[in-house]
Write a new protein. Structure first.
Length: 298
């Protein structure tokens, strides 16, 4: 095991020396990888911010449960006990018919309601499920509709469905863009390693004559591709953060014109780690394909 670690440390040192020995080429390759990955990374960040903004503007979706006109207080209590047993329910609020009538009168319809002989409004419950998954809303509404003394269930999830559909479409587009750019970056790394192999052809042949195995020869190239990809991932993170810093104030001023408070947020540590690991994998993959393809012909 110690020998395995020693060989990898030696390969890392060898790869770092080559990267430092050609600073211009290393910087240009890192910029290509970083700028390309910043596009899907920035796109995903925009979608995440738009989702949080939409949730803040539209409020929390709810389900309104209206009892029938003949329901008594005891029926409402029975229904409340059944609501407490629903694990998908985050909270609920009971709205008696008298309270609903007062709220309606306060909205400016007092003259109209004054001409009515009795209160036409039913007792109701306002439910808030966990999360914003439309399937959870549909399932809860279907279950509650079958309960006795329930006259109508109003589902406030149409905007949730539209939001989820738009965000899913945006994420699919970002994933497609990431896949295409990732393929292009694999090709870039492939050509970079190919040039490295061609310039070191004589060194590789001498190493083989001295007894070096193919894994020993491949290992520095693998690390070179991975480290170059990781460096490109860091450049992508820096590009995204620069974009967030440049757009934070204009976005905040735009939100103020709509009476909202919104702060553009950058990627968290999970997203940052994912970008760097993805870039490292792309660099390693391009190096692995190139090494296996070109070392066989040397």
């Amino acid at each position: 095991m110690s020998n395995w670690f020693y060989l990898h440390l030696r390969a890392i040192a060898h790869a770092l020396r080559r990267m430092v020995g050609q600073p211009v080429g290393t910087l240009l390759s890192a910029l290509v990888v970083g700028i390309a990955l910043s596009l899907p990374g920035g796109g995903y960040l925009v979608l995440d911010n738009v989702a949080s903004l939409a949730r803040g503007v539209s409020g929390t979706p709810e389900i309104s449960v209206f009892l029938d006109a003949g329901a008594q207080k005891a029926d409402a209590e029975v229904l409340e006990q059944r609501l407490k047993g629903l694990p998908a329910l985050a909270s609920y609020r009971y709205v008696p018919r008298d309270e609903a009538l007062k709220q309606l009168a306060a909205s400016g319809l007092g003259d109209v309601l004054g001409g009515l002989g009795q209160n036409p409004l039913p007792d109701a419950f306002v439910l808030t499920p966990h999360g914003e998954d439309p399937e959870v809303f549909e399932r809860l509404a279907a279950e509650i509709r079958a309960w006795p003394r329930v006259a109508h269930v109003q589902l406030d999830s149409a905007w949730v469905k539209r939001l989820h559909a738009l965000l899913a479409l945006g994420r699919s587009a970002v994933l497609m863009l990431a896949g295409l750019l990732g393929f292009a970056l694999v090709i870039v790394t492939f050509n970079t390693i190919r040039l490295q192999i061609l310039t070191q052809r004589q060194e590789i042949e001498v190493s083989r004559l001295l007894g070096a195995t193919d894994p020993f020869i491949r290992r520095p190239f693998y690390w070179f591709g991975g480290l170059q990809g990781a460096l490109g991932g860091l450049v992508a993170l820096g590009t995204v953060w620069l974009g967030v810093g440049a757009l934070a104030q204009p976005v905040a001023r735009l939100a103020e014109t709509y009476g909202a408070v919104f702060t553009l947020s950058g990627p968290d540590w999970r997203a940052a780690l994912a970008i760097v690991l993805f870039a490292t994998f792309l660099g390693w993959l391009g190096a692995a394909i190139s090494v296996r393809r070109h070392l066989a012909s040397t």
